[in-house]
Design a protein around this ligand. Structure first.
Ligand SMILES: [Zn+2]
Length: 161
């Protein structure tokens, strides 16, 4: 069974409010990110190649990575997690490959660990939710999810002792 909890008063998210990173609108078609090469055309970001000239920009995901302004936070911990950390993080990396391939703006920013927890930050909310759901489905444990900023940010925690 998986328990879904609601967390209120999330200080981390409230303290880390930043500018909005629009993912569409206001860009000429096509526009290419000079950092990662993703291309904006017909209303969406893809890894398509461009024929001829494209306007240049830095995509919202690369801006979030450069400024370390995550849209998603996944916190993992517990004795079970620590014992199987390599396996679980391997699954996380594999999920990122699939997500990023289909959705260029959905990426992991970084994975950091201390003695209590591992924190994964992401450029998009969807990848964070997909990783959280996959881990809780595969390993049960306690799973909590909270949206903030009108669903522009997400905070997930998963724990199993
Ligand atoms: Zn980019």
């Amino acid at each position: 069974m998986r328990n879904t909890l609601t967390i209120r008063n999330d200080k981390l998210i409230q303290e880390k409010r930043h500018d909005v990173f629009p993912t569409k609108g206001g860009l000429p078609d096509p526009t290419q990110c000079t950092v990662c090469g993703a291309v904006y055309a017909k209303g969406r970001w893809t890894w398509a190649s461009v024929d001829g000239k494209a306007r240049q920009t830095t995509c919202p995901a690369c801006r979030r990575i450069a400024g370390n302004f995550p849209a998603g936070y996944i916190e993992m911990g517990g004795a079970f997690f620590e014992a199987r950390k390599d396996e679980i993080l391997n699954l996380v990396h594999n999920m990122e490959k699939v997500e990023k391939n289909a959705h260029p703006l959905e990426r992991i920013i970084e994975i950091t660990s201390n003695e209590q927890k591992t924190l994964i930050t992401t450029t998009g909310i969807h990848i964070a939710r997909r990783i959280g759901e996959a881990i809780s489905r595969a390993y049960q444990g306690e799973y909590a999810i909270q949206y903030a900023d009108g669903e522009k940010r997400i905070r997930i925690s998963w724990q199993r002792d």
